[in-house]
Design a protein around this ligand. Structure first.
Ligand code: KIV
Ligand code: ZN
Length: 522
């Protein structure tokens, strides 16, 4: 196994910043802390925890993650102005190993936004990076849209940032425009031509607009980058970022041609992927590399036959390498609490006693309705269960629907609203529409339904459905997820979950504070 320090690639995870910034992926404070804890224990080197100036919520999340992280460097993002950088430092300074990441758009299109000349921008870069370095000895600088920045200007500003004290230079392909051959070339040329380049770490930050983010990041490593910026499940702006699980496994499996290594514990990938999917509400596509539901499934006769004779016929990695245990029928209604705890442990899920009790009740309910309970059923049950919180203001007490060919669907619902039971009955275009209308009768909600997605967890007509609902209200976005063998129940719970989250976001932001984006170049 390669352990040469010069081939060690650091993993910079930006799920909580670039990932969370993608429309609809908003996470609560507790969820961000949980994900940061998982990333830390998985061996991520640097966690980009958020953008502290963006909102009080972001600031508090970054500062709490900074206080709680054991090993990883905790980084916050700041635009190229002193106020942003000071705010960022206030949030990350609690970390054992803090980092300030400051950036400015350097391409012609991005320079036009703050309306700075090349010289003015160069001065701004020196001033802001030097200011950050006075606060913190670990400073990352990024020329946003580097891959569309004029070469001579890019060399000039990278040199300025290094002179001003940057310790990491990140080269973002902000719009996902570059191709692998260019990516490796660009990093290689910068390292060989910029004075002082050998004193700093070069990083790569790729977006997936042309589906090349993973290839571009790996090519950048071949060119000399030793930090990959990436997200779990490839979450991120537009088509997303480089997927952490893909680069980590690519380097592991193809060490013969990519002789680099990371310190990531790959057996944790599956669990972290599922948690990020649940809390962000972004389901992983079934054929997604490494963590998709079908990534290790073999359907066709020829494949199954080959697999039975020798798994290597069609598998280049083993499911257990990424933390996937074989899906099996686990338990039925006679299984006890100890068996459930042990099965969940095998699946990488550790629950406190009180959580286990709650999950056990849900498991028994499920086992009563479903003949065979699979690993995936249990995972769906636990992950979507964790999605609902005791602090929720709305909770589903009961739901009865009538539907079919004989007329409009009807839903009768009882909700607990701040502890008081309220009921409503509504008709609609199908049972889900009727149930959502009945919810709104009890709790008026003008938010737009931005996403309604149903996925079967396993096969068969008694399969659980995992439903994701995303709501949008005045720029605020919230997602709810739920699983149940009854699709209408799962849908209604997911809808109620999204409404609960919207209320939490509203309370946190206050009514007149709007969130700013890193693209608002004030
Ligand atoms: O894509 C990008 O350019 C970014 C920067 C803030 C690094 O996310
Ligand atoms: Zn980005």
């Amino acid at each position: 196994m390669n352990s040469n320090p010069k081939d060690r690639v650091m993993i910079f995870d930006t799920t909580l910043r670039d990932g969370e910034q993608s429309p609809g992926a908003t996470m609560t404070h507790e969820e961000k802390l949980e994900i940061a804890g998982l990333l830390d224990s998985m061996g991520v080197d640097i966690i980009e925890a958020g953008f502290p100036i963006a909102s009080d919520g972001d600031f508090n999340a970054v500062s709490d993650i900074a206080k709680n992280t054991q090993n990883a460097v905790v980084c916050g993002l700041a635009r190229a102005n002193l106020k942003d950088i000071d705010r960022c430092w206030e949030a990350v300074k609690h970390a054992r190993r803090p980092r300030i990441h400051t950036f400015i758009g350097t391409s012609p299109l991005h320079r036009a936004i703050p309306n700075l000349t090349m010289n003015e921008m160069a001065e701004r870069i020196f001033e802001t990076v030097a200011h950050a370095r006075n606060l913190c000895d670990n400073v990352q600088w990024s020329p946003m849209d580097a891959t569309r920045t004029e070469w001579n200007y890019l060399v000039r500003v990278v040199e300025i940032a290094i002179r001003a004290g940057a310790t990491t230079i990140n080269i973002p392909d902000t719009v996902g425009y570059t191709a692998p051959v260019e990516s490796s070339d660009l990093i290689g040329k910068l390292i060989s031509m910029v004075p002082g380049a050998d004193e700093v770490v070069f990083a790569t930050h790729c977006h997936n607009d042309l589906g090349m983010a993973t290839a571009n990041a790996l090519a950048a490593v071949a060119g000399g980058a030793r930090q990959i910026e990436c997200t779990i499940n490839g979450l991120g702006e537009r088509a997303g970022n480089t997927a952490l699980e893909e680069v980590v496994m690519a380097m592991k499996v193809r060490g013969d041609i990519m002789p680099y290594y990371t310190e990531i514990d790959a057996t944790k990938l599956m669990h972290v992927s599922r948690r990020v999917s649940t809390v962000s509400g972004f389901q992983v596509q079934p054929n997604k590399a490494i963590v998709g539901k079908n990534a290790f499934a073999h359907e066709s006769g020829i494949h199954q036959d080959g697999m039975l004779k020798n798994a290597e016929t069609f598998e280049i990695m083993r499911p257990e390498d990424v933390g996937l245990s074989e899906t099996s029928i686990v338990m039925g209604k006679h299984s006890g609490r100890a068996a459930l705890r042990s099965k969940l442990k095998d699946l990488g899920i550790a629950l406190a006693d009180n959580q286990l009790n709650d999950v056990f009740v849900r498991f028994k309910e499920l086992a009563d309705r479903k003949k065979e309970v699979y690993d995936d059923d249990l995972i769906a049950l636990v992950t979507t269960f964790e999605d609902s919180s005791a602090k929720d203001r709305l909770a589903l007490k009961s739901l009865r629907v009538r539907c079919g060919t004989a007329g409009p669907a009807n839903a009768k619902i009882v909700l607990s609203v701040d502890g008081v039971d309220k009921s409503a009955s509504q008709t609609g275009d199908g049972p889900v529409d009727a149930a959502f209308k009945a919810v709104r009768d009890i709790h008026p909600c003008s938010a737009i339904l931005a996403l309604y997605q149903v996925n079967a967890v396993t096969e068969g007509t008694d399969a659980q459905a995992t439903v994701s609902v995303r709501l949008e209200d005045n720029g605020m976005i919230a997602t709810g997820q739920s699983s149940d063998t009854d699709t209408v129940v799962a849908s209604t719970r997911a809808y109620i979950g999204a409404i609960n989250r919207l209320m939490v976001h509203r309370e946190k932001l206050g009514n007149n504070q709007t969130q700013i984006s890193y693209k608002d170049m004030a």
